[in-house]
Write a protein that binds this ligand. Structure first.
Ligand code: GDD
Ligand code: MN
Length: 369
């Protein structure tokens, strides 16, 4: 076969998790859009338990413009978008939600905008003056405006004119953005934010107003873990992406553990007649256990331990994190004697080494990462 005239293809990536009632309606609406591109629709499903994947597979047998990427387990929205984009044939790639909240005809406006202004990316924004939002509760709206503010600041104002850093509606030129997209490594929802963070202002991006409708069937998948991931992404970006994202999450949980330990001990001191020395180990075990539970639910949720494995993991975690207590003291005094008699720096040295040990050892031993 020779390479003759290539076809102009628009690849449309649709991530799905339990969207059985919504997906085919959206696919039909997209096929009805008239444009000079041939369409390829790539649906990336994360093991939906409502039969979304088998429904899409049936349709893909009838219409070969529909492709299904069926993944095992739930790796999350951002990673689904990334995988879809990497598999796309088109030079022009669109991403939109499966639940019908994004008005499909916006795609036509986006294509026109991308071409007329020779842009790399067009974002459908929910927060421009002409945008219409029907599908966000007031709690979600205020959550979004805080998130947008933090996103703008954390990105050093490199995309300061944007209004919707979390949008799920994106049109992009493959050539311009693919190298950044390959680097995206992220749990949760924040595909666009990560792309902006990695590209540091190098992409030419503008927004168009989006009509964000109410969800017809099913419910939103945005949960606490998604919010947590965004928080981690923010800190990661603020800290110049130096530490691995998981380590940031682990550190944050660890500092929460300090609060848990102190609260437990002070409460028990007030409520019981027990001595501080007796309460100390209780507080430590309490804090370590709560750290384990939170890390299992958030930091390592892709390797989440359940059932018997949960209890075995907890035991391993308690052992792993009790070992460095001695090391902490040893390193701090070594640093104090050998390098600097500064007490603050010495303690910091101890804490940093112990943190690295705890993170590395629990990743390997407890969550087999
Ligand atoms: N493959 C896959 N895996 N798809 C997922 C997953 C997942 O783990 N979680 C959600 N999705 C799909 C949904 O099926 C839907 O098509 C789309 O991603 C958006 O998910 P919703 O659960 O409908 O999100 P939302 O409406 O609450 O959130 C909207 O606002 C967010 C920012 O505030 C969306 O537009 C998001 O894209 C946006 O980031
Ligand atoms: Mn939605």
């Amino acid at each position: 076969m020779s390479l003759g005239n290539t076809i102009k293809i628009l690849s449309i990536i649709i991530p799905t998790f339990n969207e059985h009632e919504n997906i085919i309606k959206l696919v039909n609406q997209l096929f009805q859009l008239e444009m000079e591109y041939e369409k390829e629709i790539i649906i990336v499903d994360d093991d939906s338990h409502d039969g979304t994947a088998s429904l899409v597979r049936e349709y893909s047998k009838v219409d070969r413009r529909i492709r299904l990427i069926s993944r095992f387990g739930r790796s999350g929205l951002a990673s689904a978008i990334k995988e879809g984009i990497l598999c796309a044939s088109g030079d022009l790639i669109a991403v939109l939600d499966a639940d019908g909240q994004h008005e499909p005809t916006t795609l036509l406006t986006a294509i026109e905008k991308l071409r007329n202004d020779s842009l790399d990316i067009v974002i459908g924004s929910r927060f421009l003056n002409k945008s219409i939002i029907k599908g966000l509760t007031s709690k979600r709206k205020s959550g979004s405006s805080i998130a947008n503010y933090l996103a703008r600041v954390s990105l050093n104002n490199s995309y300061k004119d944007l209004t919707d850093f979390m949008s799920g509606f994106i049109l992009l030129k493959r050539d311009a953005s693919i190298e950044f997209i390959k680097q995206i490594d992220v749990n949760g929802f924040k595909f666009l934010y990560e792309l902006l963070s990695l590209s540091k202002g190098k992409l030419k991006i503008m927004e168009i107003p989006l009509f964000f409708k109410e969800r017809k069937f099913g419910s939103s998948k945005l949960d606490l873990a998604v919010v947590w991931d965004f928080l981690i992404s923010l800190i990661h970006t603020f800290s110049q992406r130096l530490m691995p994202r998981r380590a940031v999450s682990f550190a944050l949980v660890g500092s929460f553990g300090v609060i848990v330990q102190m609260t437990t001990i002070y409460c028990l001191l007030a409520l019981t007649a027990l001595e501080f020395e007796t309460l100390l180990p209780i507080g430590v075990i309490f804090a370590a256990t709560s750290n384990f539970i939170i890390n299992n639910a958030l930091t390592f949720r892709s390797n989440k331990l359940k059932g018997l494995k949960f209890y075995i993991g907890l035991m391993k975690f308690l052992i792993v994190s009790s070992l460095p207590i001695i090391a902490n003291v040893g390193i701090a005094s070594l640093f104090y004697n050998q390098f600097s008699a500064n007490t603050f720096l010495s303690q910091l040295a101890g804490i940093i080494v112990v943190f690295i040990w705890n993170y590395a050892a629990s990743s390997k031993v407890v969550w087999n990462n």
